[in-house]
Design a protein around this ligand. Sequence first.
Ligand code: F6R
Length: 248
Amino acid sequence: IGTVIFEDSSVASKAVAREIADLIIGKQRSNQSCVLGLATGSTPKGLYAELVRLHKEEGLSFKNVVSFNLDEYYPMEPDSVNSYVRFMHELLFNQVDILPENVHIPDGTLSKEEISAYCNDYEAKIEALGGIDLQILGIGGNGHIGFNESGSLQNSKTRLVALDHITRVAASGDFSGLSNTPRTAITLGVKKIMEAKRVILMAWGERKSNIIKASVEGPVTNQVPASFLQEHDNATFVIDKEASSKLT
Ligand code: F6R
């Protein structure tokens, strides 16, 4: 596991965007698709803004990009203000030339009975493309990656999960109260994240400093799913100064 500390999140986001752009361009040159694993939340907003800028001002094309988002609340309507479908389209997909058929985001409208087959199919699609080339992650205050909460196993599959209380509290502002905040979500499992060829976990601010320390310097434990990345051979934590402040 590598840790790269930037002065601030804006410089860090631009560096991650550059790596993604270089990967996309390299794949274009060899006529291959570029499979990106994408996250939502506050952390990647600057990254997506920079990718949009690279598209609009520097001609970066997303025509060869296939994307798989990590997660979606369940249940969730795609046009709801809090849906990750809406988030991704507004911040990235509607502003670049990615092909609609190449965008994958877990479906929050399925019936309970449909979920498990859907999740298997989501993983099968990733496998058919040769796996995720580059996975972007944020990190929850409890160390979750995607919505793989504390206790998630390293070989966990894409599935319906119960959200931790702390995760729901963090989201409750967006849902105007805890009682309106979803209790469950569909998340890519830890196994597919660990199989990604390259993983970049981003974290900004003092509020992430304790969990960054636990993830990077603590034991590898399913209590802190981000600590599994210590066992990935091409994972980097890209963090700002405040998030790095507890590292020894
Ligand atoms: C989002 C996701 C979550 C977030 C994490 C951090 O797709 O998978 O793991 O990355 O909850 O959220 P922010 O960035 O809002 O602090």
